[in-house]
Write a protein that binds this ligand. Sequence first.
Ligand SMILES: CC(C)(COP(=O)(O)OP(=O)(O)OC[C@H]1O[C@@H](n2cnc3c(N)ncnc32)[C@H](O)[C@@H]1OP(=O)(O)O)[C@@H](O)C(=O)NCCC(=O)NCCS
Length: 170
Amino acid sequence: MRAKRVSESLNVMNELVLPNDTNTFGNLMGGRLMYWMDIAAAYCASKHCNAPVVTASVDNISFKNPIKLGHYVHIEAYVTRAFNSSMEIYLRVRGEDTLHQFTYDSNEAYLTFVALDPNDKPRSVPEVIVETEEEQKRYDGALRRRQLRLILAGKMKPNEATELKALFAE
Ligand SMILES: CC(C)(COP(=O)(O)OP(=O)(O)OC[C@H]1O[C@@H](n2cnc3c(N)ncnc32)[C@H](O)[C@@H]1OP(=O)(O)O)[C@@H](O)C(=O)NCCC(=O)NCCS
């Protein structure tokens, strides 16, 4: 299976915040944003492995700034690291006011997707080739984040999380 560059599956998705997407404060609803983030990340994961994928987990999402009605949402999604059948996708979300010409951070998150074979069983995925400093940083941290989320999901014992433990021991 050919290893693939991060840039090969980079996805940038843009949406306009319309009235039906907002809460009573005129801000984009968190649930709608998470829906778009899931789609943006799924596209990226599926493009990396050229297979159907399912969302296995969503890490913590903190909303720093609301995105207003009439503003644009930019979601950038790229694969940070692939394991056996799973891939971690990083998302950065920004809002843009095109009338007043400024952009602002909204939130960021890590989602994990699993590639499935025709029998809906996990199948292996290509490795990731990193090319930039930022990609390398996220690649290096991915193993620790994977261990933490698997512990929280009850799929790994804390004493097996060697890299995560080392972080606290430093
Ligand atoms: C995700 C899913 C395919 C994992 O299947 P499984 O039978 O538990 O498979 P395994 O335990 O062998 O794990 C397969 C991979 O998923 C990863 N995984 C499982 N649970 C995970 C979790 N909670 N968070 C992150 N990764 C997870 C494992 O680490 C493993 O990755 P690896 O192959 O790269 O090492 C399965 O739980 C599933 O289909 N879940 C529902 C997905 C879904 O419907 N999502 C839509 C929104 S609800």
